[in-house]
Design a protein around this ligand. Structure first.
Ligand code: HPA
Length: 250
């Protein structure tokens, strides 16, 4: 049993590993989700969680069954969903290890199954002016500041991957107004919206985007170096945020 709060964790799942207290393999009408629906215990609260890239981190961003993941969590009772995504930092002053809560996104992906297919005008053309729930965004930001972390906002560029970008592509994303780049916020965010699930994203910068590093460190080296620190911050933040969100519900 979990409350109405759910998590989708991307790279860095290992940080939550010790907190997994139950795990249920499910199938949805859209196929199998990336992982069992896990129950994660955070400060005595139970939260349903799916590992976006699978329990063995073997599912690439373009191969994730986003529809099954969001559907399975909704079936488990999730109505507020926090996604944790690693990103490359584009904007000035944004560096590996930093946290961000994007308030907008631009979708550059293609060919992904991105709708449950509503049967009327309003459910098919969901309103998406604000892709991330403003209340949940604010609550994440408040918890981050309470933990002593500065938190950025900005525009998340969702790239198709799986390769990383060229420097020229990052220049274009910056001209488009993007401040961070990742591969997984879409179609996750819109599928949650279709199901009426409030969705916000906690981004962890693990590298400078292509061509933006002040040094010569290769991107994978940066990721290896900053992942553990970034995820430690996420774990600390969740320990503060989850009880705040679930106060009085369990
Ligand atoms: N680009 C795209 N996705 C990413 C990156 C990046 O630099 N870092 C982490 N996810």
């Amino acid at each position: 049993m979990s409350d109405d709060l759910g998590l989708i964790i991307g790279s860095g799942l290992a940080a939550l590993g010790p907190r997994i207290v139950a795990s249920e393999t499910v199938e949805t009408r859209f196929g199998a989700p990336s992982s069992p629906v896990m129950t994660v215990e955070i400060e005595n609260h139970r939260v349903a969680c799916i590992a976006r890239h699978g329990s063995a981190h073997s599912i690439a961003p373009h191969e994730v069954n986003y529809r099954a993941n969001v559907w399975a969590l909704h079936e488990a009772g999730v109505r507020r969903l926090i996604a944790v995504n690693v990103v490359g930092a584009i904007g000035a002053g944004f560096a590996p290890g930093d946290l961000a809560v994007p308030d907008q996104l631009i979708d550059y992906t293609s060919g992904r199954e991105s709708t449950y297919g509503g049967d009327d005008f309003e459910s098919l053309h969901v309103e998406f002016t604000e892709p991330f729930d403003p209340v949940l965004r604010g609550q994440i930001a408040v918890a981050a500041v309470a933990c002593g972390h500065s938190i950025r906002r900005g525009v998340y560029a969702v790239m198709q991957g799986p390769r990383l970008e060229t420097a020229a592509e990052i220049d274009r994303l910056e001209r488009d107004g993007c401040t961070m780049v990742g591969m997984t916020a879409m179609p996750e965010a819109v599928l949650a919206r279709e199901l009426g699930v409030d969705y916000a994203l906690l981004a962890v910068a693990v590298n400078y985007a292509a061509g933006r590093s002040p040094g010569a460190a290769p991107i994978h080296g940066q990721i290896r170096k900053s992942m553990a620190d970034g995820m430690a911050r996420v774990t600390q933040l969740l320990a503060r945020l989850v009880p705040e969100l679930l106060r009085g519900t369990s």
